[in-house]
Design a binder for this molecule. Structure first.
Ligand code: NAD
Length: 517
C-alpha cells in the first residue's frame, strides 16, 4: 500500500503512522488515562516540513482558483464528513486527550459550526467590492478585496485538539489558503485523523490541508521553511520562541496564548447560576481550558452564598476515565506539578482550602487532580497571577464590582472573562472595561460558540483574531485597486500640471476643511 493510501485509511481505531516522507524517527502518543499507546507518528524534520509546504504551495494555487463557491462546496463536504463521524472522532479525542466522550462531542460540534460559518461567510467578507473613491479621486473607481496569503502554518495545543486548531484551519481554508498543521505532540492522532478525513472528503484538493507531526522543532521548521503566515496557539513562553523564529524569515504571526480569566459576581447576580457557571468554567476539561475561569471576585453581598453554592457543586464532581466521570486526567503529566506548586504556594501564603489541596488524595498517582477551591489567596500568589491550567478556582471577597474589575484586570494576561449581574447596563459597562478580548455576561465561554464573534486576547494572551469576519481577514492580505474612469482636465500628479494648480487645490481645501476648528 502506498504511503498516500495509508494516509487515506487512517481510522480513529488505529490512528496509525501517517507519513509520506523518508522520516525514520518516530514518537508514541499515549492515552493519559491508561498509558496505552494510541498511535506512532513520525518526527518530521525540516526537510520533511519543507516538502510538505512545497506540495501545499502547489495545492494553494489550485485551491484559491476554485473561488468562494468551489471552496464552500468542499468545506461543506468536510463538515459533513466530520458530522457523520462525530462519535469516532470523539472516541479518539477521549482516548488521546482524556476528556469525557460527551465533552469531545461538544468540542467537535463547535468546530463543525465554525467550518459552516467560515465557508458561508467568506465571499461576503473577503470578496471584491467597490468603495467610495473620495473627493480627490472622484474620477476613479476604487476596489477592495482580500486575497489569500498562500500557505498558512498552524501550530496547535492539546487541550481542545479539534476545536482550537479548527479556528485557524477552517478560516484559513475558507479564505483560500492551503494549511499545514502541526498538532501538539500530545494529540498527534487527532491531528492526523483530521487531515485523513480531509483527504477522504475532499480528494481533489487533498494537499490543501496536510499534517506534519513531531515536537517543537517540527513547529519551528514551519517558521524557517517558511510559510506565508504562522497561526500559533499555545503558551506565552512558546509563543515568544515562535515569534523569534518567525522574525528570521519575516513570517507574520497570529498568537493565541494562555489566560488567567476572571469572573465578576456583582451584588444583584443570580448566585446559583454564577456558581454553576464558575464550576463548569473552572473544572470542565480538568481546568485545561485557555478561556477557563481561574479566579472569581465576588462582592461582599454575595460572597458567602456564592462560596456555599460552589462548595456544594464541587463536592459532587469526580474525575475519572469512565463514562460517568465529570472530567478526565491531566493530559500532560508535567502540568500536575504546576498545579501542585500553585496550590502549595497559596496554602503557604495563608489561603483557605475548601476542597482539594496538596495532599495525596488531591493528587492521586493516576494523573488526576481533585477539584480545588481556594479562598483568601493573596493577589501576588502564583495561583492568582500565573496560568494554573488545572481544576482550581480562587474566590476572593471584594467591596464592589469596581474593585472586582480592578483586580480582574491586574494580571499580564487578557484572554476572556465573565460578568454576572442583573443589570444589563452595568454588566455591559464592566464587560467593556474588562482587559480581555472576550467577555460573557451571565454565562461562561459563550463567545466561543458564536462563529460571528472574533476570538483572541490582549497582553500576554496574544494578538490577532480567529473566528468571525476578523478571523477570515486574518488569513488574507487586503488588495487595493483603482481604475481611472474619466481623465480630469487637470492632472495634479503630472509634471505637466499648470503652475497655479496647487494654489487652486489649496483654496478648495480651505473651503472644504478650513472651517473646522
Ligand atoms: P505549548 O506552548 O507547550 O505548545 C503548543 C505547540 O507549540 C505544540 O504543538 C508544540 O509542539 C509547539 N512548540 C513547542 N515549542 C515550539 C517551538 N520552539 N517552535 C514552534 N512550535 C513549538 O502549549 P500546550 O501545552 O500545547 O497548550 C497549552 C497552552 O495553550 C496554554 O497556555 C493554553 O492557555 C494555550 N491555549 C490558548 C488558546 C487560545 O486560543 N488563546 C487555546 C488553547 C490553548
Amino acid at each position: 500500500m502506498s504511503l498516500a493510501e495509508q494516509l487515506d485509511t487512517v481510522t480513529g481505531a488505529a490512528a496509525g503512522t501517517v507519513d509520506r516522507h523518508a522520516t525514520t524517527e518516530t514518537f508514541e502518543s499515549t492515552a493519559p488515562a491508561s498509558g496505552a499507546v494510541v498511535g506512532v507518528f513520525p518526527v518530521h524534520d525540516e526537510a520533511a516540513v519543507g516538502e510538505t509546504v512545497t506540495r501545499a504551495r502547489a495545492a494553494a494555487e489550485r485551491w484559491a482558483a476554485l473561488g468562494f463557491d468551489g471552496r464552500k462546496q468542499r468545506l461543506s463536504a468536510y463538515r459533513g464528513y466530520l458530522a457523520r463521524r462525530m462519535h469516532e472522532l470523539a472516541d479518539l479525542v477521549h482516548r488521546e486527550n482524556g476528556k469525557p466522550h460527551a465533552d469531545a462531542i461538544l468540542e467537535i460540534t463547535l468546530a463543525v459550526d465554525h467550518l459552516a460559518w467560515a465557508a458561508g461567510h467568506a465571499r461576503k467578507t473577503l470578496g471584491p467590492r467597490r468603495v467610495s473613491p473620495g473627493l480627490l479621486a472622484a474620477n476613479h473607481a476604487a476596489y477592495l478585496e482580500y486575497q489569500p496569503l498562500g500557505v498558512v502554518g498552524v501550530i496547535g495545543p492539546w487541550n481542545y485538539p479539534v476545536f482550537t486548531p479548527m479556528g485557524s484551519i477552517a478560516y484559513a481554508l475558507a479564505a483560500g489558503n492551503a494549511v499545514v498543521f502541526k498538532p501538539s505532540e500530545h494529540t498527534p492522532a487527532v491531528g492526523a485523523w483530521l487531515a485523513a478525513a480531509w483527504r477522504a472528503a475532499v480528494p481533489d484538493s487533498a494537499d490543501a490541508f496536510q499534517v506534519v507531526t513531531g515536537y517543537g522543532a517540527t513547529g519551528a521548521a514551519l517558521c524557517r521553511v517558511p510559510v506565508d503566515k504562522l497561526a500559533f496557539t499555545g503558551s506565552a513562553a512558546t509563543g515568544k520562541k515562535v515569534m523569534a523564529a518567525c522574525a528570521e524569515t519575516l513570517t507574520p504571526v497570529l498568537m493565541e496564548l494562555g489566560g488567567k480569566d476572571a469572573m465578576i459576581v456583582d451584588d444583584d447576580a443570580d448566585v446559583a447560576a454564577a456558581a454553576d457557571a464558575a464550576v463548569w468554567g473552572a473544572m470542565s476539561n480538568g481546568g485545561q481550558t485557555c478561556i477557563g475561569i481561574e479566579r472569581v471576585y465576588a462582592t461582599e453581598a454575595v460572597y458567602d452564598r456564592f462560596v456555599d453554592a460552589v462548595t456544594t457543586q464541587v463536592r459532587s464532581l469526580r474525575p475519572g476515565a469512565d463514562g460517568e466521570a465529570t472530567y478526565g486526567p491531566m493530559t500532560m503529566s508535567s502540568q500536575i506539578e504546576v498545579v501542585r506548586r500553585h496550590v502549595a504556594d497559596a496554602e503557604a501564603a495563608g489561603a483557605r482550602v475548601v476542597t482539594g489541596g496538596t495532599d495525596a488524595d488531591a493528587f492521586p498517582a493516576e494523573g488526576y487532580v481533585a477539584p480545588t477551591v481556594l479562598l483568601d489567596v493573596p493577589e501576588t500568589s502564583a495561583a492568582v497571577q500565573e496560568e494554573t491550567f488545572g481544576p482550581t478556582l480562587t474566590i476572593t471577597r471584594v467591596r464592589d464590582a469596581e474593585e472586582a474589575l480592578q483586580r480582574a484586570n491586574a494580571t499580564s494576561y487578557g484572554l476572556a472573562g465573565a460578568v454576572f449581574s442583573a443589570s444589563k447596563d452595568k454588566a455591559m459597562d464592566l464587560a467593556r472595561r474588562m482587559h480581555s478580548g472576550m467577555t460573557s455576561i451571565n454565562s461562561v465561554l459563550t463567545f466561543a460558540s458564536v462563529p460571528a464573534l472574533p476570538f483572541g486576547g490582549v497582553g500576554d494572551s496574544g494578538f490577532g483574531r480567529i473566528h468571525g469576519e476578523d478571523g477570515l481577514k486574518e488569513f488574507t492580505r487586503a488588495k487595493a485597486i483603482t481604475r481611472q474612469r474619466v481623465p480630469l482636465p487637470v492632472n495634479l500628479m503630472s509634471f505637466g500640471r499648470p503652475a497655479n494648480a496647487a494654489d487652486a487645490l489649496a483654496r478648495v481645501m480651505g473651503m472644504v476643511h478650513g472651517r473646522h476648528r
